[in-house]
Design a protein around this ligand. Structure first.
Ligand code: AMP
Ligand code: ZN
Length: 193
């Protein structure tokens, strides 16, 4: 019978796509946890600060969400915002989910908008964080409240990863990743005061 308490995550580790489940227990990566969720550092950060917030309840992906998970999603975002407030208040961040994640177990990305990282290498990396493929946490929560489920079209969203490269701040077209990475240095990612 469902006790209503979050169950402990069932761990079927081994395949690369299950790596987050292993990382949730890695003291080198865990930065914060409470009774409902764990925050880890992304192992291949795509910006100066890049965290993943994972619920302790077994929830493989957005499709596993049910209406009763609204409160949990709000908690994940709140936890991430609190961590950022105590880590680096000066940089702009976004909080959101990949419409078509590659890794198993639901995870909220909290990522600073400088995208200053050697791990950010490919067009797919770039477009996964700067097109509608990256869905703001608020929008996911709204969708769950409205429809009682969260589903994104795989084909439509995967196609976004092949979009032409554009700066996420000014929208200018960039011919390749090195050009893009040079260009984005000209913008400020500081929170406006
Ligand atoms: P996605 O599934 O597309 O939302 O993104 C998965 C994220 O997990 C990426 O940002 C990866 O850099 C990150 N990642 C991949 N493997 C691991 C791991 N073993 N531990 C922590 N982060 C990881
Ligand atoms: Zn620009």
């Amino acid at each position: 019978m469902d006790s209503g308490k979050p169950s402990k995550v069932q761990k079927f580790t081994g395949h690369w796509s299950q790596g987050l489940l292993t990382s949730m227990d890695d003291p080198e990566l865990v930065v914060k946890s409470d009774d409902r969720a764990v925050i880890i550092k992304d192992k291949y950060p795509k910006a100066k600060h890049h965290f993943l917030v994972l619920p302790k309840e077994t929830l493989p992906n957005l499709k596993s969400l049910k209406p009763e998970h609204v409160d949990l999603l709000e908690h994940l975002e709140k936890m991430a915002r609190h961590l950022v407030d105590t880590t680096d208040k000066t940089l702009k961040f976004r909080y959101g989910y990949h419409a078509v994640p590659s890794m198993s177990h639901l995870h909220l990305h909290a990522i600073s908008q400088d995208f200053d990282s050697p791990c950010l290498k490919t067009k797919k990396h770039w477009n996964s964080f700067t097109t509608e493929y990256f869905v703001d946490s608020k929008d996911v929560i709204e969708r769950l409240k409205k429809h009682g489920k969260v589903e994104y079209d795989i084909k439509e969203n995967t196609a976004l990863l092949n979009n032409d490269l554009r700066c996420h701040v000014c929208g200018s077209a960039q011919k390749n990743m090195p050009a893009l990475k040079t260009h984005i240095k000209c913008h400020s990612y500081k929170v406006e005061s």
